[in-house]
Design a protein. Structure first.
Length: 384
């Protein structure tokens, strides 16, 4: 397996040539584990690096993947950040007739609006200032294989129009070119937002939406498939044990119970980070409950028939917040409101592993509002 070229904002995976058995995403046949290639290099990524299929919902999802993978149909994957959308896309590719061909993963939210057309469809020399050479786009890079477009909802409307035409005509026209280039690409798109609502709001084209969702895969959040939590925890323990050079590490029963009690707003990636940290501080090869540092908020919703937990926005937590604010009022802090807002924005952004979409959803604001606040307080660059 080798890389054809190194390009920003995408992973280009070329399987072994047909003369040798095609490689597939690493898998554990006894537990149904699939992983990203080289997950060790993704320590700062918000993507899930492993996926298991043990919970009944996951088993049903795997059966659905196996049904649609052999077809040539476009696929739309819907799921929260960190649920493993790219892993599922890679698995669809590996089980399809295109295995052994290129798999190209592109994050649509990583491009500026000025560059997205060139990145997707390519450009000719002199097409714009700085275009010193012709460059193929991601559709051409994926020709014969599969193109995975993550965060498809972030595409500007004028690019959505061009994407629709590419899907209809099966050809691309590079920026600055007059001649179309035929392509043979299976498209898998993913989003963590409700595209139906984006269509209703006029932010996403309805015709493109139906063109994308020929086959639909909905990935449940980790909190909705508790049967996967402990198998994933054991997988990450084994993974980081090897990286750290530990001989053996076990997860105590009370630790398992603590993991099952959490709501996992960051899904699989959050679980991986917490297990990694637990292995760094555990002793005697035992992961104890005190080694698992979970956020104080986000308790798991009670199951039917279980006693209701206290509302996190009422009672004691709210009173502690009120007391903290009263203490700040007494200090007569200059620009107090701005300071409190900055603290909330920074805390939410860090809590969500610096993911703007997840932080915005948690605070109940739009991504644009979240981004503008982050720029205002200097947490991110306006060019990011």
């Amino acid at each position: 397996m080798g890389l054809d070229r190194t390009l920003p904002h995408a992973d280009v995976l070329f399987m072994t040539p047909p003369s040798t058995p095609p490689s597939r995403p690493p898998a554990d046949p006894t537990r149904g584990v699939i992983t990203l290639p080289n997950p060790q290099s993704l320590t700062t990524s918000i993507r899930a690096t492993a996926q298991v299929f043990e919970d009944p919902q996951s088993v049903a999802l795997l059966a659905r993947i196996r049904q649609i993978a052999p077809s040539e149909a476009n696929v739309l994957i819907i799921g929260e950040t960190g649920t493993g959308k790219e892993l599922v896309a890679r698995h669809v590719h590996a089980l399809s007739q295109r295995q052994g061909r290129p798999f190209v993963a592109v994050n649509c939210g990583a491009f500026s609006e000025n560059l997205v057309e060139s990145e997707l469809f390519g450009h000719e020399k002199g097409a714009f200032t700085g275009a010193f050479d012709a460059k193929p786009g991601w559709f051409e890079a994926a020709n014969g294989g599969t193109l995975f477009l993550d965060e498809i909802g972030d595409l500007p409307l004028h690019i959505q129009v061009k994407l629709l035409r590419v899907l209809q005509e099966r050809e691309v026209v590079r920026l600055g070119a007059r001649k179309a280039i035929p392509i043979n690409v299976r498209l898998i798109a993913a989003t963590n937002v409700r595209l139906e609502e984006a269509v209703a709001a006029g932010n996403f084209r309805e015709d493109l939406y139906y063109r994308l969702r020929v086959a639909l895969l909905t990935l449940p959040a980790l909190r909705d498939r508790p049967g996967d939590i402990i198998p994933l925890a054991h997988y990450f323990i084994d993974e980081y044990r090897r990286r750290l050079g530990y001989q053996r590490v076990s997860l105590q029963a009370d630790s398992e119970a603590k993991l099952l009690s959490h709501a996992w707003p960051g899904n699989i990636r959050e679980l991986e980070n917490i297990i990694h940290h637990a292995l760094l501080i555990c002793k005697d090869g035992q992961v104890r409950p005190e080694d698992i540092h979970l956020p104080l908020s986000w308790p798991l919703a009670p199951r039917p028939g279980a006693p209701a937990a206290a509302d996190p926005c009422s009672g004691e937590p709210q009173e502690r917040l009120r007391s903290a604010l009263q203490a700040l009022f007494q200090l007569e802090h200059e620009h107090l409101y701005d300071w409190i807002e900055e603290t909330v924005i920074r805390a939410a952004y860090d809590y969500c592993h610096r993911n703007q979409v997840q932080a915005a959803r948690m605070l109940g604001v739009s991504r644009n509002v979240m981004r503008s606040r982050l720029i205002k307080i200097g947490a991110i660059s306006a060019l990011k």
